[in-house]
Design a protein around this ligand. Structure first.
Ligand code: ADP
Ligand code: MG
Length: 250
């Protein structure tokens, strides 16, 4: 197994890696996230779904320390990280691929990877590390390409590669397959499963139920900032209330 990616074994354990307790975020009068409790077990591949505006991305931003919660707490590996800085969380093993791509379009693939890796890898090891990550995402041949010239899917994969540079134990993916065609979506699904097999716990957001069905072990449904349902994909798809709020018009 490739040690570039993993620090732990591939098993869903009884231990929680991430816990949200009564987490809330208010923007003026809007309760974007309203008292959410969520527990993600080590090794899990867990999906967060819900209609547009349900609060999914806001939850991710609170987990990463982009937004400070209005109420509640975030625990990572048993430690309260609610007040920790964004970079402290990354150092602890938390990483994210945001909904809006965070790549540098004017720079090459390699330079983007250098920026992502330099804090976490010694200079002498950097080339090797970058090559491993690019291979994994199937974009090694594009190493010297300017990022703006890549396809939408390739840019998303590059960004996932960048999010792996800190060797995360928990990876958050916000709509990793958004805007992709069927083949790119399939490749992304394979990729997410592969990363999970290598020991990374993954929490991802997606709208595309075909994609969710391919990879999620457990699904949490969010509605108006609150947890609405939780279960396996088949439990969620056969839950009539969920179908009404989400799947029916999704
Ligand atoms: P989702 O990702 O589920 O589509 P978001 O978490 O992006 O939803 O947004 C949840 C709600 O919070 C929406 O009503 C959105 O307009 C609002 N919201 C998100 N970010 C902000 C912000 N920075 N300022 C004001 N309102 C926001
Ligand atoms: Mg969102």
């Amino acid at each position: 197994m490739d040690t570039v990616l993993t620090r732990s074994a591939n098993k869903v354990s009884v231990k929680s890696i991430l816990e949200l307790k009564n987490l809330g975020k208010y923007f003026g009068g809007i309760r974007a996230v309203d008292g959410v409790d969520l527990s993600i077990r080590e090794g899990e591949l867990h999906c967060l779904i819900g209609p547009n505006g349900a609060g999914k991305s806001t939850i991710f931003k609170m987990i990463m320390g982009v937004y400070e919660p209005s109420v509640g707490s975030v625990y990572f590996e048993g430690k309260d990280i609610t007040k920790k800085k964004n970079w402290e969380r990354a150092d602890m093993g938390l990483s994210i691929k945001m909904q809006i791509p965070g790549v540098f379009g004017e720079l090459s693939v390699y330079d983007n990877m250098r920026i992502a890796t330099q804090k976490h890898t010694k200079l002498a090891k950097m080339d090797e590390e970058i090559t491993k990550l690019l291979d994994l995402m199937d974009v090694r041949h594009l190493k010297n390409e300017i990022v703006n010239n890549l396809s939408h899917g390739q840019q998303q994969w590059l960004e996932i590669a960048m999010s792996l540079a800190c060797k995360p134990r928990l990876l958050l993916l916000d709509e990793p397959a958004a805007g992709m065609g069927p083949e790119e979506t399939e490749f992304t699904a394979q990729l997410v499963r592969k990363l999970n097999k290598e020991g990374i716990t993954i929490l991802f957001i997606d709208h595309d139920m075909d994609f969710v069905r391919q990879i999620a072990q457990k699904v949490t449904v969010l509605h108006f900032g609150q947890k609405f349902a939780e279960g396996t994909i088949s439990e969620i798809e056969s839950n009539e209330e969920v179908v009404q709020i989400y799947l029916g018009n999704g």
